[in-house]
Design a protein around this ligand. Structure first.
Ligand SMILES: [Mn+2]
Length: 324
């Protein structure tokens, strides 16, 4: 049996072994995190109607179209399987502090960190967790319906940035083909959910374009303080939504946006690169993520400045190597 088939078998077995299942993903979730979580929950419930399956974590209003999350008293569950999706470390799990789980099933496309699943499918070559869940459902007896297929497609499109990013592979396209072919979903209207935006957001994007500082090493940096957010009438989360809009700007190979999140009293950095690998640099500052898409949080702005300096140095090194 192939390695992947063996893994699917183990995944199905551990799901079958538990009647209570809690599915968790990372804090500050994106559509891949929430869509994979809701799709897997719905598929398990469809396949095994007697199981209690909960998708937990803080809801995000703008992703409501993906479906709703579950409110459940986790301290009452005594024999639960914890399924971890789209996150490699315990520190970024959203909303399972109260749960005493019996085992972990992990499915993720971030480089491995401290969470090791009893059954573990970690593949950082995959473009999204939704791609992995789509493979799992289509290649096993787990069931799919229209809504599940729509969610999986949405997550795949989002995390690969419309199949523009590095981890998009022929496998990704095969998965998309199989998913669309078998589910017959109408996928064009789904783009409204992902890409419709207000003119206020566009005006804020113009602010970022006008104020980003670009070094001679093609490193872009901008810090957005609470006053700017107020002036434009936007939430701090909008900054991370904008970071993908800066791909393919000729003068940038790496860029970092920092915003001060007043509610939590913390600075949040979002970093993208189409040059140097950045997750190892971010991890030196307690951040992390993918090779070319990372983030970091810190209470101290000075840490952000140091991180920016490190990234600028990495760009310099990258350009020197390219020119040799
Ligand atoms: Mn993801």
């Amino acid at each position: 049996m192939s390695i992947i088939k063996e893994l699917y078998k183990k995944i199905l077995k551990i799901i079958k072994d538990y009647d209570e299942i809690v599915i968790v993903r990372h804090i500050s979730p994106d559509p891949d995190a929430i869509a994979s979580q809701i799709a897997l929950r719905d598929s398990i419930k469809l396949t095994f109607p007697n199981k209690k399956v909960y998708a937990v974590g803080a809801g995000v209003h703008k992703f409501k179209y993906l479906g709703s999350l579950d409110k459940v008293n986790l301290s009452e569950l005594k024999n639960a399987l914890l399924i971890v999706l789209d996150v490699p470390n315990f520190a970024r799990l959203d909303g399972v502090e109260e749960l005493e789980y019996q085992a972990i099933l992990k499915i993720d496309h971030h480089p491995a960190e401290d969470i090791i699943g009893d059954v573990d499918w970690t593949d950082d070559a995959k473009s999204s967790t939704c791609e992995m869940i789509a493979n799992l459902i289509m290649d096993t007896k787990l069931e799919m319906d229209q809504k599940i297929a729509e969610n999986l497609y949405t997550g795949m499109v989002f995390d690969s940035d419309r199949f523009l990013l590095q981890n998009t592979s022929t496998q990704t396209f095969k998965t998309v083909y199989d998913l669309l072919e078998s589910s017959k979903i109408n996928f064009i209207p789904l783009y409204d959910n992902l890409y419709e935006r207000s003119i206020v957001e566009e005006k804020f994007r113009a602010y970022l374009v006008n104020n980003i500082k670009i070094s001679e090493n093609k490193f872009g940096y901008i810090f957005v303080d609470a006053d700017v957010l107020k002036k434009y009438g936007v939430e701090s989360t909008i900054v991370s939504n904008q970071v993908n809009n800066f791909y393919f700007i000729k003068e940038l190979i790496c860029w970092m946006f920092v915003v001060f999140d007043e509610r939590n009293g913390i600075y949040k950095a979002n970093i993208r690169s189409r040059g140097p690998v950045i997750n190892e640099i971010a991890s030196k500052y307690n951040g992390g993520g993918h090779k070319f898409a990372s983030g970091c949080r810190n209470e101290d702005y000075k840490i952000m400045e140091k991180l920016a300096q490190d990234l600028d140095d990495a760009c310099k090194e990258y350009i020197m190597k390219e020119n040799n």
